[in-house]
Each structure stands twice: as C-alpha cells, then as structure tokens.
Design a protein around this ligand. Structure first.
Ligand code: ZN
Length: 107
C-alpha cells in the first residue's frame, strides 16, 4: 500500500506495518505506520471508511479505552509550575519516602 510520510513523501509499505488504534471511549480512530525510509512512526487520524479498508486489507487492530482516572473528580487547586518545581526538588532529596509515609499516616 501507499502512505505519506511527512518527511519522505509517498512511500510504499506492507499493510502488516500499519496498526489501527480504535478508542472505545471516544470512538476516535487513528492509524500508525513505520516509514520504511526514515523509520519514523507516523500517526494519522482515521475515519470510519479508512478503518474499514485498513481492517479489510489486514492491518493490525488495537482497541483501547481512556484510563478510568479521567472520570475521577478533581479536587483542590490546579497544580502550578511552582508545585512541580517543589516536587522535583523534593524527589532529589534523601527523605521523600519518609515524608510520603508520614503524610499517608496522617491521612
Ligand atoms: Zn519517512
């Protein structure tokens, strides 16, 4: 089959080098292929007819769902860059495991 790589342009490849990803949660589909020329993985949106023809041609199909954590209620203020920096510096220290255990113990 023929596909388009953003770097190499039109390339010829086997359908076995194409994988279709179907998200059950959002019904959105993409497909990815390994460019035979530059070996970069190219990802593209796939509408229903593209999915059908790739499936019929024998492309690998991969079905996935969004992680359940996305449905969890988000409480508290948003994480800021300062929080992230503090977290990073905290992890560089020697005592973060003890601090975490103390936080967990205090509920
Ligand atoms: Zn390429």
């Amino acid at each position: 089959m023929r596909a388009t790589c953003p770097t190499c342009g039109d390339v010829e490849l086997s359908v076995t080098e194409v994988q279709v990803q179907i998200c059950v949660t959002t019904a959105a589909s993409t497909y990815s292929l390994l460019c035979p020329s530059c070996r970069v993985i190219v990802n593209k949106q796939a509408n229903e007819s593209v999915v059908e023809s790739l499936a019929a041609a024998g492309a690998r199909m991969m079905v996935w769902t969004l992680p359940a954590e996305l449905d969890e209620p988000k409480l508290g203020p948003k994480i800021t860059y300062d929080d992230l920096l503090e977290f990073h510096l905290g992890l560089e220290g020697e005592t973060w495991q003890e601090e975490l255990a103390a936080l967990a113990a205090n509920g």
